[in-house]
Ligand binder design. Structure first.
Ligand SMILES: [Zn+2]
Length: 254
């Protein structure tokens, strides 16, 4: 038990560090509690710590409602995902699957390594004013520390086999399920059509760091009603509300 808890702690710190490139003072933020409801809800995040100030003051925050993309250009995204032993973390905010090294995505010629993917309900982004039941975020980082998130809307339909495998190994709060003999491939959670919207935004969780490249597939992936409900039993809502677009533009790549 001790080793498992220690491991969760170590993972929490390392994921935190991943999100804190160029933010050395943000290290202290790892002990600050935040939530999706109650007194630490998203409208309060910016006041919980000075390291979370961007949550309140940032002008390029995520998520957003994506409507009429102003510009369009050809899709330029290529996935090179490899199988990874299944490692599932319940960090108290979401279910996160940590990914083995060696998988990458190339977006507009920039190469990013896949670190982890995790889930939100309902979706954080809206497309033309519409939310989806869930949204998955595949978090990537390039060699200079820039983050690129590939987002997939999850809508209700047939069950997804990769989601089934993850849900079968859901850890309790603060714990990790290591299923080293079960190889998964995140490519099984990508839609067949590779059109996507892109815009510049932020992490959707504290410390709300900006400079994140968002890439959101136009086509959803199906998951079953039971799969949505199973996640919602653990996290009824784990979605940050929509943020102002300000003077940003979105691009459609197809
Ligand atoms: Zn997310």
């Amino acid at each position: 038990m001790m080793t498992r808890l220690f491991r969760v702690f170590a993972i929490a710190i390392s994921s935190f560090l991943l999100f804190s490139i160029n933010l050395p003072s943000a290290l202290a933020a790892q002990t600050i509690n935040w939530s999706y409801g109650g007194t630490e809800n998203p409208t309060q995040w910016g006041h919980l710590s000075k390291d979370f100030a961007l949550c309140e003051l940032g002008k390029a925050q995520s998520p957003i409602n994506i409507s009429e993309a102003a510009n369009s250009s050809p899709a330029n995204i290529n996935f090179d995902y490899k199988p990874s032993p299944l490692e599932v973390v319940n960090n108290g905010h979401t279910i996160q699957v940590n990914y083995a090294e060696g998988s990458k995505v190339t977006i507009e010629g920039n190469e990013y390594a896949l670190l982890q993917f995790h889930f939100h309900t309902p979706s954080e982004h809206y497309i033309n004013g519409q939310a989806s039941p869930m949204e998955m975020h595949l978090v990537h980082r390039d060699q200079s520390g820039h983050l690129a998130v590939v987002a997939v809307m999850l809508s209700e339909g047939m069950s997804n086999s990769l989601v089934s495998q993850v849900w079968e190994h859901l850890p309790a709060y603060g714990e990790v399920s290591n299923v080293g003999n079960l190889l998964i491939n995140a490519v099984d959670l990508l839609p067949s059509k590779r059109s996507y919207f892109s815009y510049d935004g932020s992490l959707t969780t504290p410390p709300c760091s900006e400079g994140v490249s968002w890439n959101i597939f136009t086509e959803p992936v199906k998951v079953s009603k039971e799969q949505i409900e199973k996640f919602a039993q653990i996290f009824r809502v784990d979605a940050r509300p929509l943020q102002p677009l300000n003077n940003r533009t979105t691009q459609l790549h197809n």
